[in-house]
Design a protein. Sequence first.
Length: 277
Amino acid sequence: MMLRWGTGDGINPMDILNPRDHLNPVAGARTDSRLPATMVQTVYAGDFFTAEAVFIPFAEVNELPEQGSPWENRSLNELRRNVPVESENKPDGTEGAARIYTTYNGWDAALLYYGGYADEPLLKYRNGSILPVYERIKAYGFNFAKGLSNGTLRGELAHKEGSFYGSGYTIGVIGFDRNFDNDGYLNIQLFTDSEGKEGRGFTYEASDKYFNGDLKSGFRGTHYGDDSGGFEVFSEYYYADGFTLKSGIMLIYGKPSTVWGQYSDNDYVYTEFKFSF
């Protein structure tokens, strides 16, 4: 099951229920690629609010990239060359999350809670080797969205605590998107966190439609405060009911020591055929 609770478009601080695909974590210049997880979901719809609870019987976390993988981060690669790094073991515990959301006068608002494991492991030194250990965390979030005449204003705030985050970690996102009368589309978001410039930046997307709306083309990306990021040019062609063709080019830039720049050799071209029935 795939479950995304965030209102942010691409930057979703509370979307931590599904693990990241470590074989290719970059789904696009603004989004990551996630894997389905086993979940039990229950929903209560009241007159003034809706409550949703999720139970994950088998904890799902992000796996470490294989040694030599294109998506192995720089620090992990250097560590593995000097110290043995043991294979990580998935935690045995369970995870859970809850959300309460409501709509009032055109505003959508939600309170969120997550109790489970951090997506990434802490690397601890034990008996001459490095052991990846997944620590339990708690996360609290709030998000909102307001529909306007031709667009949407949205925002999200999350605070996460536990030994993985030390004294705690807070991240916020606010953005706006607009649909134009000629099928044009524009989306801009700003994000910042409590750790510094590596967690600050903005995302963007601009696109238009052609051939009676069957072809959508444009560009999108993410830029971080350390001057790294990703830029994507894309096209999506809706040929018939259930059939979609997607293609594009993904470029990654920045210095080798930056968030995205360490993956600057991973530029790629993609083509995807999708048929739904």
